[in-house]
Design a protein around this ligand. Structure first.
Ligand code: UGA
Length: 477
């Protein structure tokens, strides 16, 4: 099928490349001429595993880049809208880009097309798209509006797209619903997986069968997207709250996670406590979902609690750093990670960036390392008081403590002997629970993590000692 994907940001670019990969002819559209020209020349604007290979395979063949929205709409049978939907001051989604694309599509319509929301949008957006398109003269028989939410995660976006858990197609007419089914058929009937010429994108662990296609109404699909993100964020805030109780009573959140996560109704994924969730999706989508609920007469105060717990998690981490170091002014701190999570160079709403900013304000000197996000971080962090390094060990050189802020796999595999001898003081404050406390203590570290006892090296009897600290709650006092 000939497809136009409007917006070549994270979702749009990955979707365009993957649609080409599963056999469609795709035009990726953006109004940023510079970005399009860079894409045409072979640049890859985001750090995303497997994306460079897909772009290389399909660029100029099944995948073209253009700024000509009207031309692309005329050629295409399906137009996916994947433009930004940022938060407004009030927390609702700013849909002005979606509106202007819908108007442009209306002006170009020449035969039957499906117009598909791919961006995360609140319920009723499809109604609005339809309304403005009709107002702008698009004949009602020449288009249908659908919602096809995307569930890909940054860092594993290509794998998530090609091996999805489910595909949700929200459509209100049979014609539109069948067109969407047709687009995803190579994934749902498994024919893509038996092709010999497909890209070498390995299936994720545990993947066993082609995705189920869930056909719903457009409104249900819109709600599915918001509710999915809200549920995942709730799971994270829930485990962060449990971690805080574990700290207070001296229990171990890792053991607790094992205990609750092995109940198949709960599941162990997205049950990792830490410095809180960030990124361009959860923070924005939770506020937007709460806002749309309120506008429709329902006070979704569970989401307010989820947001509050998440915000508090950063404050608690800063308190931990203070507990580990006593005073902060003038302290040299190695910060591992700036991206909002491992595997991406995205720093939007990154807890690591917020923590670094707070520590700089306290007068600390930050020695930062991130495998991919340094360039982006330079643009948002103050230049005074921070230096950027090309490895974890270089950042750790002479530091008063090491802070782990992002869960990059390489941070979980550091040479602990080398790290200890590189640091000025053997103190690690781990905001992602990447290490086992006993191992850290046996390598001579004072180790602070989330929801587990703080430990220090063995002194007298050879076994690691648990520390009584202010963060260990009542028992410690
Ligand atoms: C999220 C959803 O997971 C995707 O399904 C969805 O498509 C996407 O938003 C979107 O709406 O576009 P993403 O923001 O890329 O994906 O990242 P996640 O992997 O979900 O992580 C979000 C945040 O939660 C990160 O800061 C991560 O470090 C944190 N997290 C995640 C935890 O603190 N604990 C966990 O157990 C899991």
């Amino acid at each position: 099928m000939q497809i136009a994907v409007v917006g070549s940001g994270y979702v749009g670019l990955v979707a365009a490349a993957c649609f080409a990969e599963i056999g469609h002819q795709v035009i990726s559209i953006d109004n940023d001429a510079q970005k399009i020209s860079r894409l045409q020349q072979g640049e890859v604007p985001i750090h995303e595993e497997h994306l460079p290979e897909l772009l290389e395979r399909h660029r100029g063949k099944a995948l073209k880049f253009s700024t000509d929205l009207v031309g692309a709409v005329r050629q295409s049978a399906a137009i996916f809208i994947a433009v930004g939907t940022p938060s407004t001051e009030e927390g609702d989604a700013d849909l002005s880009y979606v509106e202007s694309v819908s108007r442009a599509v209306a002006s170009a319509i020449n035969d039957y097309k499906i117009v598909v929301e791919k961006s995360t949008v609140p319920v009723f957006t499809s109604n609005w798209i339809r309304k403005v398109m009709l107002l702008d003269g698009a004949p009602s028989e020449l288009f249908d509006v659908a919602s096809n939410p995307e569930f890909l995660r940054e860092g594993t976006a290509v794998v998530d797209f090609l091996y999805p858990d489910r595909i949700v197609t929200g459509a209100d007419t049979e014609r539109c619903s069948s067109a969407l089914c047709e687009i995803y058929r190579p994934l749902t009937d498994g024919s893509y997986y038996s092709r010999t010429d497909r890209a070498a994108v390995p299936a994720p662990a545990g993947w066993s069968a082609p995705a189920r296609l869930i056909a719903t109404s457009t409104k249900s699909a819109e709600i599915i997207k918001h509710a999915s993100n809200a549920f995942l964020a709730t799971k994270i805030s829930f485990i962060n709250a449990v971690a805080n109780i574990c700290e207070a009573v001296g229990a171990d959140v890792k053991e607790v996670c094992q205990g609750i996560g092995s109940d198949s109704r709960i599941g162990s994924r997205f049950l990792n406590p830490g410095v809180g969730y960030g990124g361009s999706c959860f923070p924005k989508d939770l506020k937007a979902f709460r806002h749309v609920a309120r506008e429709n007469g329902y006070d979704f105060n569970l989401l307010s609690a989820v947001i509050a717990i998440n915000d508090e998690q950063r404050t608690r981490f800063l308190r931990k750093v203070r507990t580990a170091l006593w005073t902060l002014k003038g302290k040299k701190l190695a910060a591992l990670g700036l991206a909002f999570k491992g595997g991406t160079d995205d720093i939007r709403e990154s807890p690591a960036i917020e923590i670094a900013k707070s520590l700089l304000k306290e007068g600390c000197e930050i020695r930062a390392y991130d495998p991919a996000a340094i360039e982006r971080s330079r643009e948002v962090l103050p230049s005074k008081g921070i230096s950027y390094h090309d490895s974890a060990y270089s950042a750790a050189e002479g530091a008063d403590a090491l802070l782990i802020l992002t869960d990059w796999p390489e941070f979980a595999n550091l040479d602990l002997e080398r790290l200890r001898s590189t640091l000025g003081y053997p103190i690690v404050v781990d905001g992602r629970n990447l290490y086992d406390p006993t191992t850290m203590a046996s390598h001579g570290f004072l180790y602070y993590s989330i929801g587990r006892a703080d430990v220090q090296p063995a002194h007298r009897n050879g076994s690691p000692e648990k520390m009584a600290t202010a963060t260990s709650g009542k028992a410690a006092k």
